[in-house]
Design a protein around this ligand. Structure first.
Ligand code: ADP
Ligand code: MG
Length: 221
């Protein structure tokens, strides 16, 4: 379970140019839920996802994942927690273009102890995601849909319980979007908790729950 309690996040906290991106957010996500987060650009969607994804911390409130308040962890412990528990499909893939697909997928295994069998796991993941023949191809040679599949494989390599995605279909045509959405639904059917930030109503309608953010506050759930 993910339990966010009174989370307030201010960028440049305490400085004259500070900006409050999340205001007193309370949100509970049960294990196995498939949630869409929607809202206008600048409303705080990515900031919220980054908190759950242990990429950043907030000055106030709790973000309890399982039994750990990740907002109270040091940066190193947060990184460790993320590698073990969370798969994050960041916006615009963030792949290393000159590396091969396999090399990209293996990056998160550097941050965890269970590295044995990682290559076999990666190859079997790529097979399941329809990239079986692309393992040794440089990412720069892939289509947008193939890059997104690679980013998803990278997010899944450490077998996380939670899968987060920030506008994963934003850069894709509608057919490819639907295929990528199918992959997230499959991951959810396998028991993973999935949270997707999206602008696309076709993505949101496939989710069991839609949370809407406006100006750093949850206005609909
Ligand atoms: N690193 C940052 N430093 C300062 N302000 C930021 C930073 N990231 C986001 N913001 C601001 O926080 C607000 C929420 O941003 P964000 O969470 O990215 O919104 P969304 O993902 O909904 O478009 C925006 O006003 C944005 O400009
Ligand atoms: Mg965003």
């Amino acid at each position: 379970m993910i339990e966010i309690q009174n989370l307030t996040k201010t960028y440049n906290y305490g400085k004259p140019n500070s900006l409050t991106a999340l205001r007193d957010i309370c949100l509970t996500v049960r294990d196995g839920e498939m949630t869409a987060v929607m809202g206008a650009s600048g409303s705080g969607k990515s900031t919220l996802l980054n908190m759950i994804g242990c990429l950043d911390s907030a000055e106030q409130g709790k973000c309890i994942i399982g039994s750990t308040d990740v907002n109270a962890l040091s940066e190193n412990r947060r990184t460790e927690f993320r590698a073990q528990n969370i798969g994050f499909v960041v916006q615009d893939f963030a792949l290393i273009e000159s590396y091969t697909v396999l090399e990209n997928v293996l990056i998160p295994t550097c941050f965890v102890k269970k590295r044995r069998g990682a290559k076999e796991r990666a190859l079997s993941l790529l097979e399941r995601l329809g990239l079986g023949d692309k393992a040794k191809t440089a990412v720069s040679k892939l289509s947008g849909g193939q890059k997104q599949r690679t980013a998803i494989a990278r997010a899944l390599i450490n077998e996380p319980d939670i899968l987060l995605a920030d506008e994963p279909t934003g850069a894709l045509d509608s057919k490819t979007s639907a295929e990528i959405m199918e992959l997230f639904l499959q991951q959810n059917a396998q028991g993973r908790t999935v949270i997707i930030v999206t602008h696309d109503p076709r993505v949101a309608e496939k989710c069991s729950r839609v949370v809407e953010i406006s100006d750093g506050r949850i206005i609909r759930d």
